[in-house]
Design a protein. Structure first.
Length: 268
């Protein structure tokens, strides 16, 4: 990759987040660490970015405030085998002709591959989910209106009069920041506001959460456990978490991430 091209990618990356690390830029440009450090030094001297310990930041950061929580690109690499198994089990609940809502997230994104053979009405606030299904399936796609949050790859609106209220679904599928005795947890108030609107438009709420989410906690509660119809997770779920869901009347579906066929087993 030529120097000019690397510089363009580096400057683009620092506009998207507060600080971009050297290792992230190495991956983005497929260059060596030494090359990236030289590029950062050059752009720092040219006053196009600011060199910081371990990476670089924008001299003029975007005024649009991002959402709390890890970026989509980071979450996508975590527990990927479990997420694929969970997503396959979720799509097994769907029939052709169903109307469903898929909330943005890295686990729900894995639903796009098995959904490729379906013909359904899909409402989503996820730009990558919509784009993939448009290109690789016959499903009818509807997108919510609002601002696109690049790092999480979702579309959110703080207003009540968006298209969300005009779609009614049999099921809503969503991920979670964490899942505990108080309910489903998220990291950002705007996410909570937008997702509560979506939950109100579906008969059933199906939560896709790998087993690590039972150990995660957040300061914000999206909804109580009793509002959740089903939780789909992997076979690493702690016994205490399974008991917690059972006591709340939530159906548990365990996707066998380690098995060759990745078949789901169900218990209620």
């Amino acid at each position: 990759m030529h120097e000019k091209e690397r510089h363009r990618i580096i400057l683009s990356a620092v506009q998207e987040r507060p600080v971009v690390t050297v290792s992230e830029l190495v991956a983005l440009t497929d260059s060596s660490e030494a090359t990236i450090r030289r590029d950062i030094a050059t752009l720092h001297v040219q006053k196009k970015l600011r060199r910081v310990r371990g990476g670089a930041e924008s001299i003029h950061p975007p005024q649009f405030v991002g959402l709390a929580g890890r970026p989509f690109s980071v979450n996508e690499t975590m527990n990927s085998q479990q997420k694929r198994a969970i997503a396959r089990a979720a799509v097994e609940l769907c029939d052709d002709g169903d109307a469903i809502i898929i909330n943005g997230g890295t686990t729900t994104f894995q639903m796009v591959h098995p959904l490729a053979s379906k013909r359904m009405q899909v409402f989503t606030n996820s730009f990558p989910i919509a784009e993939h299904l448009l290109k690789h399936s016959k499903n009818t796609i509807m997108l919510s209106g609002g601002a696109i949050y690049r790092e999480q790859n979702i579309i959110l609106s703080p207003f009540d009069n968006d298209v969300t209220r005009n779609f009614y679904a049999k099921r809503m599928f969503m991920g979670a920041q964490g899942l505990g005795p108080l309910g489903l947890m998220e990291a950002d108030p705007l996410l909570i506001q937008a997702e509560q609107k979506l939950i109100g438009q579906a008969d059933e709420l199906v939560v896709l959460a790998d087993s690590s989410k039972f150990k995660s906690r957040s300061s914000l509660i999206l909804c109580p456990l009793e509002r959740i119809s089903k939780v789909i997770t992997d076979d690493g779920i702690p016994d205490s978490a399974a008991q917690m869901l059972d006591q709340a009347g939530v159906e548990l579906i365990v996707a066998q991430a380690s098995s060759a066929q990745n078949k789901a087993t169900s218990s209620g």
